[in-house]
Design a protein around this ligand. Sequence first.
Ligand code: TXA
Ligand code: MG
Length: 372
Amino acid sequence: MEGSSTKPTICWQIGDYDPRDPLTQEALAEAGRLVRGGGLVAFPTETVYGLGADARNSAAVRRIFEAKGRPSDNPLIVHVANREGAAAVARTDDPAVSALMEAFWPGPLTLVLPAREGAVAPEVTAGLPTVAVRVPDHPVALALIRSAGCPIAAPSANRSGRPSPTNAAHVREDLDGRIGGIVDGGPTGVGVESTVVEPIPGGVRILRPGGVTAEQLAAVAGRVELDPALQKEGPEDAAAAERFAPRSPGMKYTHYAPQGRLAIVEAKDGDPRQAAEYIRRELEAARARGEKTGILTVAEHAPWYEASADVVSVAGTLADPSSVARGLFAALRRFDEEGATFMLAESFPEHGIGQAVMNRLTKAAGGTRLRV
Ligand code: TXA
Ligand code: MG
């Protein structure tokens, strides 16, 4: 597929998936052939859109890194259709691992497991002895894996550093002309990426919070640890810095950041009205300096900012934390679409899906969290 990046990107409109629809069948057959032939195809999962390639094909996997502009030391997740598919690329015989697969697959849980030697291209694991595997809970993703007939390596289908894509338009924005095709299956459901865990004695360690919450994991896995790299306080000395080196290589890169400056504002006493007062003042001062201002908020609070923000970007509703996860990346992308240069974000409760939301938002803000 040399030169696939100079050909126009094919877009297959699947819409609501109906396996009996002949156009859908044809699209998935064609997309599967493209992957099988070493090409790149973006496809919907329940979390975000992925950019897929045959995980066994080094040249194809290298094209993913090229198309995304992704550092090659950041390994990819391998998408398989079921537990047998996982067992073909990783050691899954541990009973604790079986329990996790049983409880959460298909679904937004990625397991970092000992890799089966030679089962996937070395570029997928960036040379690590482990491989990250998941079974996505999306009929189009599963149909594409079956159609391609191979494990599919797929990072999120965005240019490296940009918010992950939650619809096909986001993928086109970032990758049009750089990839073979996009299977458009409508907007994704969860909105933040999968939870990445590695098994530890008596439980799991979360390397990246995501669609499966720590609370849900604890109910199945027992002990749930957070990778020290995810903890808020920075390292104090070299030894601590070593401990804080993220075990999930992707977590060390700037990510999700809009073009302008973004900071998160948290009220010390947890009162959103107090944070709002500070936010309005700062936005007005920024506007007076000539900035185009933005606020990332929830529907319930949007009216508070109408007079002081040029861009009021609503991620979801306070009443439904999962709606904030679903809308977060589109809300971040909106700042760039509107050319905002100075943005503030409200802070969200850090439990349940809120842990993943605050992790992504904190990265988007380059770690800047203001307590007022
Ligand atoms: O929901 C998702 O997980 C989406 C969809 C497309 O499935 N995919 C996704 O992939 O978010 P990506 O490449 O953007 O993130 C993969 C994460 C990175 O943080 C990477 O460092 C980590 O998984 N990872 C992959 N292989 C690993 C390994 N062997 N050990 C530790 N971390 C690994
Ligand atoms: Mg990503």
